[in-house]
Design a protein around this ligand. Structure first.
Ligand SMILES: [Zn+2]
Length: 485
């Protein structure tokens, strides 16, 4: 079925009354700044850790889990106690879908909208592939060329407000006054919590930017980095783009270093970046300083991705480079510094190269990147599990999710542990797998939660009553729940 036919079918279903229109959707985040849920003062410290697999969908999780552990649910976050599915539509998606439905005059209104225009579970399904099989309608819906990006989806998760694709914590359609306070900003201002970010891509890239900076355009990398380095100044920043002037102005970094508030660790030829960033954290704690780590001295500013070996029965993933740290080491280094704060901390950790691998339909690289995320989640769980400190699951919430789906990966044959498909660049001559796209899709993604506020995840499954799906704006609410004391 072609895109237009799918849209017509949807339109007719709506007319037949098969899809009741919800006048005002119950999506968290009512769309204006005054809508900050009540934050309560109280005793104790809280720790909120959000880990994002950029562009990761359930099919990628299952693929990596089969490669590493043979089973479908073997990744560290699959063992968390709470799980849900999440919609990822943004304002751009909403308006494109409305148009495709022939609703030419419909504009997204945060006070009054229909979630089923953004994502319709009666077409897209109540679960993502491979939990649900494909059908023609679903395929047409997802491969329609309508999808969100990392900027708007990070904004939804960090502010509870939906915006246009490409906007970084910026109110949709606003002029120069569109900046939205993000959850780490709010937690820092209200509770005095420390805040940090770790990513495998440049620190000024869309996902970390959406939590720590403000801009109408995600491509304004140096402006975003300027805000990070001179204004927001998170207690920890670890990511890519070392010596890459596409992503930051060296004068801003010089100013940060000159302030003597930070320990700077960066890539050096032949030096193990994992050991270096962990040593940097020790130094930062000894000197009571903040920590910045810049690695990934590649043209794209990302950490070279881990490389899985094709050896049936014996999965093995080699580091992408010595100089850039594994995500696990960067994450533990961040935790070591943030843990100093008696009020607790907020930490965003992103494996950003899963998305880049998926855009390239590069299965092997995707497996390497998801396994990097898996190892990082294991390291974070082990860190919280450590006895004899103030950090445990009674005061810590860990959320693992994706910002949006990508690539429409589908399995033709089941691959076993240690097994990779025969791959020539982005083609698969033996046909074990297929890709439907080199772009994002609006498929549902997964959410996994553990710790203090994890069970509250289900309080937000109200968008489509009874279906066990949250909206990405609810991650904002859950973050505030996790910080409450
Ligand atoms: Zn992408």
């Amino acid at each position: 079925m072609h895109r237009l036919e799918a849209a017509q079918e949807l339109h007719e279903q709506r007319h037949r009354g098969a899809l009741p229109t919800i006048a005002t959707a119950q999506v968290g985040g009512a769309g204006n700044l005054s809508d900050v849920p009540p934050l309560q003062t109280g005793e104790g410290r809280r720790h909120v850790i959000i880990m994002i697999g950029d562009g990761m969908q359930m099919a990628h999780e299952v693929a990596a889990s089969r490669y590493l552990y043979e089973q479908d649910n073997g990744l560290a976050f699959h063992a968390f106690p709470e799980h849900s599915y999440k919609t990822t539509w943004d304002v751009s998606v909403y308006q494109s879908r409305a148009q495709a439905l022939g609703m030419v005059d419909v504009q997204y209104d945060p006070a009054r909208f229909d979630s089923r225009i953004g994502y319709d579970p009666s077409i897209g399904g109540t679960a993502p592939y491979p939990a649900l099989e494909d059908n023609e309608l679903r395929r047409a819906y997802f491969l329609s060329g309508i999808y969100p990006d990392s900027a708007s989806t990070a904004t939804a998760m960090s502010t509870g407000i939906k915006t246009y694709s490409a906007s970084i914590a910026w109110r949709p359609g606003a002029g120069d006054d569109g900046a939205l306070e993000t959850s780490p900003q709010l937690l820092r201002r209200f509770y005095g919590m420390a805040v940090g970010l770790v990513t495998t891509v440049p620190i000024s890239h869309a996902t970390p930017a959406g939590f720590f900076a403000h801009n109408r355009w995600r491509s304004a990398y140096t402006e975003i980095a300027h805000e990070l380095l001179t204004t927001t100044r998170p207690e920890v920043m670890i990511g890519g783009s070392w010596q890459n002037q596409s992503y930051y102005d060296p004068a801003d970094l010089d100013q940060l270093v000159a302030s003597r508030d930070y320990v700077l660790v960066h890539s050096e030829p032949g030096v193990d970046g994992g050991a270096a960033i962990l040593a940097g954290a020790v130094r930062a704690n000894q000197q009571q300083k903040r920590l910045i780590g810049l690695f990934g001295d590649t043209p794209d500013g990302n950490f070279p991705s881990p490389v899985p070996v094709d050896s049936p029965g014996n999965p093995a993933v080699k580091r992408g480079s010595v100089e850039s740290p594994p995500l696990a080491d960067a994450s533990v280094a961040a935790l070591e510094v943030l843990a100093r704060d008696p009020e607790g901390f907020f930490l965003l950790i992103e494996q950003g190269d899963i998305d880049w691998a998926n855009h390239a339909n590069d299965y092997a690289r995707m497996i390497g990147c998801v396994s990097d995320l898996d190892a990082a989640v294991r390291a974070v769980v082990a860190y919280v599990d450590r006895p004899d400190d103030d950090i445990d699951w009674s005061n810590t919430t860990l959320i693992v999710t994706a910002d949006h789906a990508n690539s429409y990966l589908r399995f033709v044959q089941r691959l076993h542990q240690g097994d990779l498909p025969r791959q020539e660049s982005s083609t698969y001559p033996d046909g074990e797998i297929t890709y439907g796209s080199g772009s994002h899709t609006s498929e549902l993604v997964t959410v996994h939660a553990k710790g203090f506020a994890a069970a509250k995840l289900h309080d937000y499954e109200t968008v489509y009553p009874g279906l066990g799906i949250i909206d990405d704006t609810s991650i904002y609410r859950l973050t505030l729940d996790a910080a409450r004391r």
